[in-house]
Design a binder for this molecule. Structure first.
Ligand code: ADP
Length: 441
């Protein structure tokens, strides 16, 4: 087992990893941006070092600084959490070259799956249905021809996009011409690569995903499914486990697709296979090669501790192949510092009390500042009940008890969702929230 793990992340996920390490009796090293020197995760780690000034680019994405800190502090592994360097194949390779264990799959696997077009091609080869499209585009003329073949509306996506960024729905030739160069430029700036591909736009799909864990011997565990259809700008806001819409036969089909995909990969660690589900058919969307934000709903229904198991598997532990059984229904909401569409609220949390009776994962305390440099997540609030409807009702009660002031949040929207008859009846799809709040698609 590892003796010391450096956590290359911040906020709630850094705290979640610290908790897992404490359980496994592994010492922890936090790295932080100057602006976060007084943060909870910095205080809770056994050691903490500043790796750069405030922006993510110069701190949590500072590969060399983080590696150097790991080596100098005597850590034997790095946990990247989610976001930042979690799906950075170059960083995973650098860790390996420095003799450090990157807690995740090996660099070549991350590299294959980080390119969404390549991942789709791989899925197709494995006999897993993918959303029509995915072909590489030679130039603008080629793009228009292929869009016509697919039929509008289409989606133009950056191969290396993530976090809901780098994708656009296009309804016509005119829009396509206009957006092509814009999205290429956006991709070049955000993902340092301007490759884009086309895909058919699915208007009424649901987002359903499978949690997997695989050890070094290729023993695969399927740890249930989740539904994450409630999104704003392609970013998840509410997540549930299991995906209550699935009939046993459909779930079996989904898991078979997951098994088929995994059979072709020399994969180690936790991962999530994302699908869109429409017309009784699953279409592979992408694989996330890391711990997900929403992992805890799976923990609540399967009883598994995903983070401790992830660390143990990275250290060489073997697991028994299995399809986990689940019990009850869990819901997570993301309390974001986003009072309105895409607007990050910053400032001091003058009141922040989440004694709600729910499981809460947060990196903040009352009095802390929400800074402009990082993401909008303030807290994840999670409940589990025997049935979905009971879980929705419980979440509704918990949200009523949240006391937060100082900055604007999406709390009113979360409360509204829990009270909606259509949500309670599980009549949702990936556009449900956009329609509710009037966001542009
Ligand atoms: P990211 O890696 O940025 O999260 P994904 O490819 O996982 O991007 O897609 C995120 C979300 O975008 C999906 O859950 C879905 O809501 C929406 N989306 C992606 N592709 C399509 C598509 N072809 N048609 C309709 N919606 C899509």
């Amino acid at each position: 087992m590892f003796r010391k793990i450096l956590i290359a992340n911040r906020g709630e996920v850094a705290l979640r990893i610290i908790r897992a390490c404490q359980q496994l009796k592994i010492a922890t090293v936090a790295v932080y941006a100057q602006a976060e020197q007084h943060s909870l995760f910095v205080q809770q780690a056994d050691e903490a070092y500043c790796v750069g000034p405030d922006t993510a680019q110069s701190s949590y994405l500072n590969r060399e600084g983080i590696l150097m800190t790991a080596l100098l502090s005597g850590a034997d592994a790095i946990h990247p959490g989610y976001g930042f360097l979690a799906e950075d194949a170059v960083f995973a390779q650098m860790c390996a070259e420095c003799g450090l264990t990157f807690i995740g799959p090996k660099a070549s696997v991350i590299e294959l799956l980080a390119d969404k077009a390549a991942a789709k091609k791989f899925a197709r080869q494995q006999g897993v249905p993918v959303i029509p499209g995915g072909m590489q585009l030679k130039n603008e003329q080629d793009l228009r021809t292929k869009a016509k073949q697919l039929g509008y509306p289409v989606m133009l996506k950056a191969n290396f996009g993530g976090g809901g960024k780098g994708m656009r729905v296009l309804a016509s030739d005119h829009e396509l011409r206009h957006q092509y160069h814009l999205i290429q430029e956006e991709a070049r700036q955000a993902f340092l690569n301007d490759a884009v591909y086309l895909e058919k736009y699915l208007p009424h799909a649901r987002h359903i995903e499978v949690q997997i864990l695989q050890d070094h011997n290729g023993h695969l565990q399927i740890l249930g499914d989740r539904e994450c259809s409630l999104q704003r700008h392609h970013q998840k806001v509410v997540e549930e486990s299991p995906a209550a819409i699935l009939q046993p036969q459909q779930r079996q089909t989904l898991y078979q697709l997951a098994q088929r995909l995994m059979a072709g990969l020399a994969y180690t660690g936790l991962g999530t296979l994302e699908f869109l589900f429409t017309g009784q058919q699953f279409y592979f969307l992408e694989m996330n090669t890391r711990l997900q934000v929403e992992h805890a709903v799976t923990e609540m229904t399967t009883g598994a501790d995903l983070v401790t198991t992830q660390i143990q598997v990275a250290a060489g532990k073997t697991v028994q192949p299995k399809i986990a059984t689940f019990k009850g229904h869990a819901i997570e909401v993301r309390l974001n510092a986003q009072p309105q569409e895409n607007l990050l609220a910053t400032g001091q949390l003058t009141k922040f009390r989440l004694f709600t009776g729910a499981r809460v994962e947060t990196g903040y305390r009352e009095g802390d500042q929400i800074l402009p440099y990082y993401d909008a997540l303030i807290a994840k609030i999670l409940v589990k009940q025997p049935t979905r409807l009971q879980a929705v009702t419980k979440m509704q009660c918990c949200l009523q008890r949240v006391q937060i002031s100082g900055i604007g949040t999406n709390l009113p929207l979360l409360k509204q969702i829990m009270g909606l008859p259509s949500y309670r009846a599980n009549l949702v799809d990936i556009h449900f929230l956009a329609h509710l709040v009037g966001d542009a698609q």
